[in-house]
Design a protein around this ligand. Structure first.
Ligand code: NAP
Length: 257
């Protein structure tokens, strides 16, 4: 991973945290595969950051579909010959009281938030392991570390990502590949706007009341910014972080202490 440009795959690259990860790795000079469900939105991100076609590959994929994930990684390997860093960031949110969650709600949250991570790791690991080099960063959540009201499917999916990260880190360590999770708290993105509305409704509160209670749970008293999560993703993908594996690191303003 030293010297040459790193090859980085970022899922959920069209908005929010994933878009900030693209921007941060672009500043590092990386070659980047951007993944989201709509290719056009990825080209817009590249245009916004002034990224030339030589440095990027935009691949439409639904991360819940194994063939889409394999295709995105195969295209990256065909173009640049390797994947140095995988950032599994794509995710969805849903809020409802547990008794109103359907099996389909649980299935969809797990399909995207858990199986998407699994599919991309299984697609990237063989070549990383044979090169004895690579870093995987899974964007989990503080929701993967504690219980929350009215988001049992989301929290279950994120607990599973934290557990999967630990297990895969153990197996990949034999091949010098690191696997870590980042657990953000509340980050200013479309998802947190959706969360405010859905979670307030599920709790029977106004959005203002919910936001006040939400921020009261954050010792630093503010939302995190996507760039703060992206900076950690760049660090975990760097040579300086080669000794860190199996961890789930919080960037949450002190929510989980
Ligand atoms: P966001 O603004 O809603 O963006 C979600 C991204 O995921 C978009 O790029 C979306 O792309 C992509 N995506 C969703 N479903 C997909 C699918 N089936 N296949 C491919 N791409 C898909 O969310 P965010 O806040 O940046 O969240 C990013 C990650 O951080 C998620 O895993 C989330 O759970 C986690 N997280 C967020 C927060 C927070 O407060 N925001 C806190 C903790 C953890 P398209 O819709 O364009 O396909």
């Amino acid at each position: 991973m030293s010297g040459e440009q790193r090859v980085v795959v970022v899922t959920g690259a069209s908005r929010g945290i994933g878009k900030a990860v693209v921007q941060a790795y672009a500043r590092e000079g990386a070659l980047i595969t951007l993944v989201a469900t709509r290719e056009q939105s990825l080209h817009q991100v590249c245009a916004e950051f002034g990224l030339s076609q030589e440095r990027v590959l935009c691949v439409a994929a639904d991360v819940s579909q194994v063939a889409d994930c394999q295709n995105a990684v195969q295209q990256t390997l065909a173009r640049w010959g390797r994947v140095d860093v995988l950032v599994n960031n794509a995710g969805i949110y849903h809020a409802a009281p547990f008794l109103q969650h359907s099996p389909q709600d649980f299935q969809r949250l797990l399909d995207v938030n858990l199986f998407g991570v699994m599919h991309f790791m299984q697609a990237c690991l063989p070549s990383m392991q044979s090169r004895r080099s690579g870093a995987i960063i899974n964007i989990a959540s503080t929701a993967g570390k504690w219980g929350s009201r009215n988001q049992s499917a989301y929290n279950t999916s994120k607990h599973a990502v934290v557990g999967l990260t630990r297990c895969v880190a153990l197996e990949a360590s034999a091949h010098q590949v690191t696997v870590n999770a980042i657990c953000p708290g509340f980050v200013q993105t479309d998802m947190v706007d959706e969360l405010k509305n859905q979670a307030a409704q599920a709790a029977g509160a106004s959005v203002d009341e919910f936001v006040k209670a939400m921020l009261a749970r954050v010792p630093l008293g503010r939302l995190m910014q996507p760039a703060e999560i992206a900076a950690m993703a760049v660090y975990l993908g760097s040579a300086d972080a080669r000794g860190i594996t199996g961890q789930s690191l919080h960037i949450d303003g002190g929510m989980v202490l």
